[in-house]
Write a new protein. Structure first.
Lengths: 327, 304, 532
């Protein structure tokens, strides 16, 4: 067990390093930060001098090595764009993204599971077919368009909900939350729907498929034979058995939540890390881009590690057989 | 192959005939694909040839004559004076081509790597699956953005316009191979230990033939389902990338690029620039998704 | 627990009434408190006054810090912290500034000549982003409490024009906080000045969350007349559609960056008013007219032939671009300088209708009867509808057989490519902050040497013109100087160094009851806002 954990830890570190190295090899293609950092009056010599000072002319692996050296001592540099320490910037934006991801995840899960169960139990009903078809509309349009349309409808035409930002936030230590104020909660609704729509459809379909399969399995037939009520069978047995793969797959989908958060945050001017990243790309803010990508890599390495360890703990065979046949 | 064909002939076809949704979706998808494929024959204008455009025809509303030229366009024109109807046909062509090629790319790559991993096992298997794990959890849009970034750096500007589509295909395809690989690997692991394969091995059938002849047909069902769903996702992914400023050149817009452009006219009154490309994309992606849905159920014997 | 409060004009009847009541109780006597919620595309990058020579940063800082002189709405120089300025009667290399008396910094310190000297030292230091504008400065000296001499290397008759974004800091505060230099990115430490301010301006920083919200409160001790706006809430909104939506839904009061296509609709909207005015920024095309061959085309360089350059000018339909791409919101012209800048000549700025037949004939004459193919570089995130302008010109060029391959990309790639001479043919925009043609010549016309010619992507190099440009910097006889400017323009236009498209027009959209004038440098001051 310990050897396994150590090996996985080692692999995780290698993954992080690879992500970092690839990122650094890319930055020079994104553009030249000096072009946006200096005003138009800066002379060619001034620009060259700043580039030199920032070490932008060094080969990317040298830049990466320097970066690692500083990062090892906890210094992730200063944002080229906002001139503040990168770690502080990212940490101050993280609550916004996590709260948005959390709410949209819960929304997707609750609505997805309920609709999934309903459509599985009422396979041929009109309402079921409508739900199945309508839910597909959500994944048949690009996220940014859904976001803009929601703003147009609910903020401009109906004026029910805010069109941008997080509303009023409350600071609790290092965390800023929008949950505690009316405007903060109202601001969450549209972005959470936009972000959660895709997950919701996915979970709904997954639950439906799993339920249908489980309902046909032998032990459900036995349960019926034993005279258990429909309710007990559906929710006590079938749904319970459905949840394991659903939770697994939904957990793996965290990546798409983070990715689509970039789009959602941009559309709704949501002050999270995704919007920070896109703005940084457009400014070629290398320190922020590097830290963001490493952070994402870290999150996923940790999730993968935890998932694998759980599998390992539950059943070593599962680790080998976790094929993605459940699509 | 025989077995596959038999399933196709009987059950799946039967299910298709008895599913009005599947038939409608298939009809819609076929209609759009055909219209897109025949765009040069159907479209009244060639929106990709800038020399034929007249800027002063810009922003003409649908079915109304332009104030200066008097030209009438069915679905109006956009900000460059392009006929929206023609641009949608040509744009759908690009979207479908990108989506289809990306899925084929992902499928070939995924199947190849999945078969290799499942068949060879050992360190090859764990290495490939580790990569798959990492990639599956890493945001696919981010991967596409990164690949696009690399490609932009490597391709000289003169060739970018021509190669942009291929870069897009590889970017989306590379982000998408994992699902195929996982399914194929799982199936390979199961089949590998079955007696007929063991027997074939004993009589000296070459591994490549065994894999292609026996294992591959067994996984084609799920692969087809994933491919259909991925097709819709790839088309949407192309649109999303275009919103982030990555994608086909504006002189040769895809449906996604058209929506990105049209989105800027939501509040200005020129609703047709956004509406018609969006409806087309919705119809296309929705019908492909519905087909994928139906296929998933139809190919799953337990659900019948 | 710090709750940041914001009224957002949404209909939540009971609660918002309650909150409004609570707010008015808190504010007590401030019966005429007027809050202005101001949105634009990007946030100020920093609050350090000398660290980022960038529009939005300077615009916000003008509310907190003040400059010696400022640019009025008509483009003229207006007194601010300096009440008078002139070139020293006996020494043409010295600028004399008389300072405003009785001005106090936000922390209560008096504003004196020593503060100006300290600010000059700081703005000319190594890590200042404004040092290019002060390159001529040799040093500053406080003559008495309210008189400053700034000495330049050689006569600099236009130096004062460079001071409109030169913010004055308090000497004592600089020293107390160890911020003698602006941000050094290499050092990896954040300067105190990035988040803390101490200016003399009409507003005081209340709170700031970068890219989320910056709140400014009225400076009760300011020397000038009290403005109508007593609180500013500044929120960047990046997406154009979201920005317009926020105005339409009443969540913001003033949107500074209005997409041109939305102007007409907004003007028709009852609850919204739109003000437009000319901006100090030209949009033009240029091309490598000097090299023997191009990067993207094998063989000879077609742009070297005057006929080709003329043919391209004849293909450009400026009025069509104005009508369709810019929705009527631009001032087309042929001279690459804004009408209110020194050296503008209405005659040179006149342009004719496109003539595609003549253009084709000229191309054939130049040896390109079938046209040619070339890369055309364009930014897609810098100017108003930049990519659409390029796209339109691609179509126009197509009509005369020139195939322009549009390479449209971010300014972070586009600008370095121009500076590194890696493009053959491109679009660029140029603002002229000193309102004088010399600024155009220095950067765009002069051949590349030292600080000059850094943006000269045409590679134009004419020793005679270069000599004339150099003479402008030190010529104190303004009549003679204007004559030289006219000569240079004549030559530049004859050689077709630029293919000018138009001057940008600015549009500010506000709630119907708010009035704000368009500032030519796009640096509106909320002190000028009035409520109807």
């Amino acid at each position: 067990m310990i050897a396994y954990i150590l090996r996985r830890l080692f692999q995780s570190i290698v993954v992080m390093l690879v992500v970092g190295l690839v990122s650094f090899s890319l930055f020079r293609y994104v553009g030249d930060p000096v072009a946006t950092m200096m005003g138009q009056e800066a002379s060619v010599a001034d620009r060259a001098e700043l580039r030199e000072r920032l070490g932008l002319d060094d080969p990317f692996f040298v830049q990466f090595a320097n970066y690692l050296g500083r990062a090892a001592s906890g210094n992730f540099g200063i944002s080229y764009r906002l001139q503040q320490p990168v770690m502080e910037l990212i940490l101050s934006r993280l609550p916004a993204t996590l709260e948005l991801a959390f709410v949209s995840g819960i929304l997707a899960f609750v609505v997805g599971v309920s609709f999934g169960v309903y459509t599985a139990l009422n396979r041929s009903g009109m309402l079921s077919s409508s739900i199945m078809t309508l839910s597909l509309i959500g994944v048949s349009l690009p996220t940014f368009l859904i976001g803009i349309l929601l703003i147009w409808l609910f903020a401009v035409e109906l004026r029910w909900l805010p069109s941008f930002g997080r509303g009023e936030t409350v600071r609790l230590g290092y965390w800023t939350t929008g949950f505690l104020t009316p405007s903060g909660r109202a601001s969450l609704i549209l972005p959470a729907i936009t972000l959660g729509l895709y997950q919701m459809t996915l979970i709904m379909r997954l639950v439906r498929a799993e339920m249908l399969e489980v309902l046909r399995s032998d032990y459900i037939k036995f349960a019926r034979a034993r005279g258990l009520s429909n309710r007990a069978i559906h929710f006590g047995h079938a749904l319970k058995n459905t949840m394991v793969p659903v939770v697994t797959i939904a957990g793996l989908q965290l990546g798409s939540i983070i990715a689509f958060a970039i789009i959602t945050e941009t559309v709704f001017q949501w002050p999270g890390v995704g919007a920070l990243f896109i703005n940084s790309v457009q400014f070629v803010d290398i320190p922020v881009m590097a830290a963001y990508l490493m952070l994402i890599a870290l999150i996923f390495v940790v999730i993968n590690l935890v998932v694998d360890l759980l599998y390992y703990a539950i059943d070593p065979r599962l680790r080998i057989e976790q094929s993605g046949a459940r699509h | 192959m025989n077995r596959f064909a038999r399933i196709w002939d009987s059950d799946v076809a039967w299910s298709f005939r008895h599913s009005p949704v599947a038939m409608a979706a298939a009809f819609m998808a076929l209609l759009i694909v055909l219209a897109a494929a025949l765009a040069p024959l159907i479209a009244p204008y060639d929106p990709f040839n800038p020399a034929t455009l007249n800027l002063m025809d810009g922003f003409t509303p649908p079915m109304e004559p332009n104030m200066i030229s008097g030209n009438v366009y069915w679905l109006g024109t956009d900000n460059q004076g392009r006929d929206i109807f023609s641009t949608i046909l040509y744009g759908a062509r690009i979207s479908i081509f990108v989506g289809f090629s990306a899925v084929v790319f992902a499928m070939v790559l995924g199947i190849g790597l999945g078969l290799t991993a499942g068949w060879r096992g050992g360190w090859v298997d764990s290495a490939l699956m580790r990569i798959a794990d990492i990639q599956l959890s890493f945001p696919s849009i981010l991967i596409a953005l990164l690949i696009f970034g690399i490609a932009r750096g490597l391709i000289p500007p003169s060739m970018r316009e021509d190669l942009a589509i291929w870069v897009l295909i590889v970017s989306i395809g590379l982000a998408d191979w994992v699902q195929f690989a996982r399914v194929v690997r799982g199936a390979t692991l199961v089949e590998k230990n079955k007696e007929y394969i063991q027997a074939a091995r004993v009589i000296g059938v070459r591994p490549v033939r065994m894999v292609l002849g026996h294992i591959l047909p067994n996984v084609m069902g799920p692969v087809l389902v994933i491919a259909t769903i991925s097709l819709a996702l790839a088309i949407i992914a192309e649109a999303t990338l275009s919103f982030l400023g990555v994608g086909v050149p504006p002189t040769q817009p895809s449906l996604g690029t058209l929506i990105r452009i049209g989105q800027g006219f939501l509040f200005s009154g020129e609703w047709w620039i956004l509406l018609f490309p969006s409806i087309t994309l919705l119809a296309l992606a929705l019908s492909v998704n519905l087909l994928g849905d139906w296929l998933r159920d139809a190919l799953n014997p337990k659900l019948r | 627990m710090i709750a940041r409060f914001r009224t957002n004009g949404l209909s939540m009847p009971g609660r918002s009434l309650l909150l409004a009541a609570a707010a008015s109780l808190l504010l007590g006597s401030a019966a005429h408190a007027e809050t202005l919620r101001w949105a634009r595309v990007g946030d100020a990058l920093t609050l350090d006054p000398h660290s980022a020579n960038e529009g939005p940063t300077s615009t916000l800082l003008h509310h907190i810090y003040e400059t010696l002189v400022e640019r009025g709405l008509d483009g003229s120089l207006q007194p601010r912290l300096a009440t008078e300025w002139s070139i020293h009667a006996d020494d043409p290399t010295v600028w004399v500034f008389k300072l405003r008396e009785g001005v106090k910094f936000h922390d209560g310190a008096d504003f004196t000549a020593e503060d100006v000297v300290a600010s000059v030292t700081r703005v000319t230091s190594e890590t200042s982003d404004f040092k290019g504008l002060h390159a001529a400065v040799a040093g500053a000296e406080a003559i008495d409490d309210y008189t400053v001499h700034i000495k330049t290397n050689g006569p600099s008759p236009l130096y004062v024009q460079n001071l409109t974004n030169f913010f004055i800091m308090d000497k004592g505060w600089i020293e107390a906080n160890g911020v003698e230099n602006p941000q050094d990115f290499k050092a990896g430490e954040e300067k105190y000045t990035v988040r803390n301010t101490n200016g003399t301006g009409p507003y005081v920083l209340e709170s700031r969350d970068p890219e989320v919200r910056t709140v400014l409160k009225l400076n009760e001790n300011h020397w000038a007349e009290k403005p109508a706006v007593t609180e500013i809430i500044y929120t960047p909104i990046k997406e154009a559609a979201t920005r317009v939506a926020a105005l339409l839904s009443g969540e913001v009061d003033f949107v500074q960056d209005v997409p041109v296509q939305d102007i007409a609709r907004l003007q028709e909207t009852q609850s919204v008013a739109v003000t437009t005015g000319p901006e100090n920024r030209t949009i033009f095309f240029s091309y490598d007219m000097t090299s023997d061959s191009l990067i993207s085309l094998a063989g000879d360089n077609p742009f070297k032939k005057p006929e080709v350059r003329e043919a391209m000018a004849l293909a450009l339909d400026r009025d069509a671009i104005k009508t369709v791409v810019m929705r009527g919101q631009s001032v087309p012209g042929a001279q690459n300088v804004p009408p209110f800048a020194n050296g503008y000549d209405a005659e040179l700025d006149a342009y004719g209708a496109p003539d595609y037949d003549k253009a084709k004939a000229l191309l054939a004459e130049a040896g390109y009867p079938d046209g040619f193919s070339v890369d055309f570089h364009c930014p897609n995130d810098r100017y108003l509808n930049d990519e659409a302008i390029c796209q339109a010109f691609v179509g126009m060029l197509g009509r005369i057989g020139v195939k322009a391959n549009l390479v449209s990309q971010s300014r972070t790639v586009h600008f370095p490519a121009i500076q590194n001479l890696q493009v053959d043919f491109y679009l660029l925009g140029w603002g002229v902050p000193p309102f004088d043609s010399q600024y155009v010549f220095d950067f765009l016309v002069h051949s590349r040497e030292d600080a000059r010619g850094g943006w000269n992507g045409s590679r134009y190099s004419n020793p005679e013109v270069d000599a004339k440009i150099k003479s402008l910097a030190t010529e104190t006889d303004l009549e003679k100087r204007d004559a030289t400017i006219a000569e240079i323009w004549k030559q530049v236009q004859d050689d077709r160094v630029f293919l000018m498209v138009h001057n940008q027009v600015l549009a500010y959209a506000t709630k119907a009851n708010i009035e704000i004038a368009v500032h030519p440098e796009n640096q509106p001051s909320m002190t000028n806002v009035t409520f109807k």
